[in-house]
Design a protein around this ligand. Structure first.
Ligand SMILES: [Zn+2]
Length: 300
């Protein structure tokens, strides 16, 4: 299994267009030891010919161009090696990229019924993906029900992370939807190798620990270092956990005994682990974790 990190940042990216936090400011000034990052996006392949996307990030067009295996074959006018897209949530930074793939290319999208309804029933903009018959084939995925990603040999097991629906979903609408379908983590399996991708999780469910230990690699929510990170920055707002993200310093403790390769992804621009000179980065690395970056490449 070949895994390419096309983007490692949380919503907004790093730097974020309207942010002058100490990370974003110093990055722009060239005084930062660390890399800029686009919004979280993975690509996975078992044959380096067809690829599955995890997320459809708002930076997807640039991310596809940055990785030649995702370019169309020169022999065809219209072609894409992207065989399918797995959407773990309906958040803007996980799903907006679908709109960037609207150029009449047949697409297969795996999503829960709730995520599909939020995107296609409630948002007329997504009608752009219905301009032609069979333009997008939606395949429902359900928590705890494994399925094959077409004929790739990849098996995908989605699990609910108990996260909430995006803030733009009206209260009344939320009540109609199954909350277990709001945010998913996924286990990908191929020929005895397993990778977990949990880029949005406000806690570690005890059931996951055994599964994580059977993985070669665990990608986990690295959005915030501390629970009050944004409150400290802005003077008000929600805690990390209220936003659906377990702080990195707590995850390090919760997954201390996991022997898999451990990588934080979906890192907010305010998170001090982006700064490779910081104490927080050193603590994260000393605890056996890596911090994902754009262009990170793994083969398991
Ligand atoms: Zn910032």
């Amino acid at each position: 299994m070949h895994i390419r990190v096309l983007g490692a940042a949380a919503g907004g990216g790093f730097p974020q267009w309207n942010c002058s936090c100490t990370n974003c400011l110093r990055l722009r000034q060239g005084r930062f030891h660390g890399q800029p990052r686009t919004q979280a996006q993975l690509a996975v392949s078992t044959d380096d010919a067809s690829w599955y996307l995890l997320n459809a990030s708002p930076d997807l067009r640039f991310q596809i161009e940055s990785f030649p295996p995702l370019h169309p074959q020169a022999a065809c006018l219209r072609h894409s090696p992207i065989a399918g897209i797995v959407l773990p949530s309906a958040e803007v930074d996980a799903a907006l990229g679908l709109l960037l793939l609207r150029e009449s290319q047949p697409l297969t999208v795996y999503a829960t019924s709730a995520v599909r309804q939020i995107l296609t029933d409630d948002n007329s903009l997504f009608q752009v993906l219905r301009r032609q018959r069979n333009q997008v084939k939606w395949i429902s995925m359900m928590p705890d029900v494994p399925f094959a990603l077409q004929d790739s040999g990849l098996e995908c097991l989605p699990v609910s992370t108990d996260g909430g629906f995006p803030g733009f979903v009206p209260e009344g609408r939320r009540k109609e939807l199954d909350p277990r379908e709001a945010v998913l983590g996924v286990f990908l399996q191929h020929q005895g190798h397993r990778v977990a991708v949990f880029s949005g999780a406000s806690r570690v469910c005890p059931d996951w620990l055994e599964e994580f230990n059977r993985c070669d690699v665990v990608f986990f929510d690295g959005t915030f270092w501390s629970d009050d990170e944004l409150i400290q920055l802005q003077g008000s707002g929600k805690t990390a956990r209220e936003m659906g993200h377990q702080p990195v310093q707590e995850t390090v403790r919760a997954l201390a005994k996991i022997t898999a390769r451990k990588i934080f992804i979906h890192i907010n621009n305010s998170n001090p682990i982006l700064d490779e000179d910081s104490e927080e980065f050193r603590m994260t690395r000393d605890a056996g974790w890596e911090v994902a970056f754009d262009g990170m490449d793994l083969v398991v």
